[in-house]
Design a protein around this ligand. Structure first.
Ligand code: NAD
Length: 357
């Protein structure tokens, strides 16, 4: 099959890591007769420098016309003093909304070979963990009514958490469908003991759960979830939660893997098109030095093959190749940890993964 992929390389280490992922995609796809056709578009600081707009219209159009989007990262100190609407990060919100991406999926997996990087006590992660955090991305308190007003104690500010049944229902389906492809267990996280919006969230989750009798479904309060993630992360398979809770818990779940340069993510909407990107930023401190770990972006490309392009055999091969290279002891500087091995560069890591393919 042929696929049209929009590339948003972005700023900082973005171009280095996207180039690595492209090389890996091409080799893994070719094994099964698939070809990827790439078009690069500007987004972020580089787009502001070239056009005065961090998200040019042409970029939005190009992404909308593609089968899927692969993004590096945007931002950097050079653009930090720009007014809010011109900041590179604003382009991220703009492209998510233009593509209707209401789901963010972040797997957090502790690789056997990287156990020593996990900040949790070794006995807590004896058997590793492999969870998938599914966060609602376009609703809730980040998009609710907000403002300032004169209150009982003087000036005050407020933000509103509001969820419609439709918004909960569609994210619930993403969670249950994902669980079917994994260990068939969904834990929905809310604060139903206090919030009315969480009570509606819980009702809808359980209504949708009835359509998935093969998937186990349970609830957990968000405060307990924050504790359970560091106490027994292996109990989680698919986690589904609201925008704000997901924002906080997905950072916690990434952190317990101990390696920001390893973690991919996907943002999905109604159709098959998605946007795939590493969870880390543009790492300006190491940009242009060939030191970046390309694995998060390579694994994001694998997620794209699985979730959007529906060529899971290519995703499996890429993930296996990454596992193999890590098990063989190869490390970029960010995952050397206490191993004492000499780190390899971004391009060397890419070559190792290509060789493993
Ligand atoms: P960051 O994730 O870019 O970097 C944090 C630390 O992790 C740095 O020391 C960096 O060198 C290291 N790191 C990150 N990715 C790495 C990789 N692949 N390999 C090796 N080391 C890696 O976070 P930050 O420094 O807070 O942000 C830098 C810029 O990125 C800011 O402008 C921020 O707004 C932006 N940002 C963009 C995105 C995005 O594009 N989705 C996400 C987060 C931050």
């Amino acid at each position: 099959m042929d696929f049209n992929i929009a590339l948003l390389k972005g700023d900082g280490i973005g171009p280095e890591i996207v180039d690595s992922a492209v090389a890996v995609l091409d080799k893994a796809g070719a094994k099964y007769g698939h070809a990827f056709h790439y078009t690069a578009y500007l987004m972020g600081g580089c787009a502001y420098d070239a056009t005065g707009n961090p998200l040019p219209e042409e970029t939005v159009k190009g992404c909308l016309a593609s089968d899927s989007v692969l993004l590096g990262a945007v931002g950097g100190p050079k653009w930090d003093t720009l007014p809010g609407h011109l900041r590179p990060e604003k382009a991220l919100l703009g492209i998510r909304s233009a593509l209707g991406l209401f789901t963010n999926i972040r797997p957090a997996k502790l690789y056997k070979a990287l156990k020593a990087e996990c900040p949790l006590r070794p006995d807590l992660v004896e058997n590793g963990f492999d969870l998938m955090m599914i966060r609602e991305l376009t609703g809730g308190i980040y998009f609710g009514e907000r403002g300032r007003r004169e209150g009982k104690y003087g000036p005050e500010a407020y933000d509103t958490e509001c969820y419609s049944e439709m918004e909960v229902e569609r994210i619930a389906r993403v969670a249950f469908n994902s669980a079917r492809k994994r260990r068939k267990k969904v834990i929905s996280i809310d604060k139903a003991n206090v919030l009315e919006s969480s009570r509606l969230w819980r009702e809808v989750i359980h209504r949708v759960a009835q359509e998935y009798p093969d998937v186990e479904c349970s609830d957990m309060l968000v405060d307990n979830a924050a504790m359970q993630l560091v106490k027994n992360p292996a109990q989680f398979d698919v986690v589904v939660t609201s925008n704000m809770f997901g924002d906080i818990l997905s950072d916690e779940s990434s952190q317990i893997t101990g390696s920001i340069g390893m973690l991919p993510s996907a943002s999905l909407g109604e159709g098959s098109r998605g946007m795939y990107e590493p969870i880390h930023g543009s790492a300006p401190d190491i940009a242009g030095q060939n030191k970046a770990n390309p694995i998060a972006t390579i694994l994001s490309a694998a997620m794209m093959c699985r979730f959007s392009l529906e060529i899971p055999e290519v995703a499996d091969d890429i993930e296996k190749a990454v596992d193999e290279v890590l098990n063989a002891g190869w490390r970029t500087a960010d995952i050397v940890g206490s191993t004492g091995v000499t780190p390899i560069s971004c391009t060397e890591m890419t070559e190792k993964i290509l060789a493993a393919l």
